[in-house]
Design a protein around this ligand. Sequence first.
Ligand code: MD3
Ligand code: FE
Length: 217
Amino acid sequence: MNLDLFAHPDFHPSWREDICPGAVVLRGAALADERELLKAINRIAIKAPFQYRATPGGYAMSVAMTNCGELGWVTDRQGYRYQTTSPETRKQWPPMPDIFRTLAIHAAKEAGFDNFLPDACLINRYQPGAKMSLHQDKDEDDFGQPIVSISLGLPAVFQFGGLERSDPTLRVNLTHGDIVVWGGPARLRYHGILPLKVGEHPLTGQYRFNLTFRKAH
Ligand code: MD3
Ligand code: FE
């Protein structure tokens, strides 16, 4: 595919930070599109409302989730999986907005992944106190494919470990407009989000949103 067709004149990360081999933060790379991204999230949430899903162990997650794109990530007592429909509406997930896909493809390319074509976008919504415990992302078919994440709204502290749960962790602040690309040797590292602190963001109020783009199937 000729990526010039998708030329995105506003894709200008302020600076890049390498976290470890395979993980790079593109600071501010989504800032030029902040309003369009948040509008798109609101439209998606009208069609596929945010849900507090249950883990396979039966605990309600503190992060509310929805999806867009061909495939969406869900969890319930049966386990973690990707599926083409929302369990609540039983309809297909809303389509992935072009601005989402374009940003994710450009970010992946910037990090050295030239052929990334995401089929899934998980939208996480954090409120004060919400957290995501240390975990690996292992529900995708091809770990050779990277994951792209876009942070919007309130800041969060991201925890980044190693390939074993007990490995020491590094803390990275993720703020509004940051895009992170995780692939190669970083792809299966344990990671999580510490409990969100109370705050007020001019565009999102009490929330943090995180978009993760994946090639799930
Ligand atoms: C590191 N979400 O949805 S995004 C998730 O901010 C998830 O909502 C967090 O972890 C959030 O699974 C973190 C950053 C992220 C995503 C995938 C990764 C970091 C990753 C995969 C491998 C290593
Ligand atoms: Fe994850």
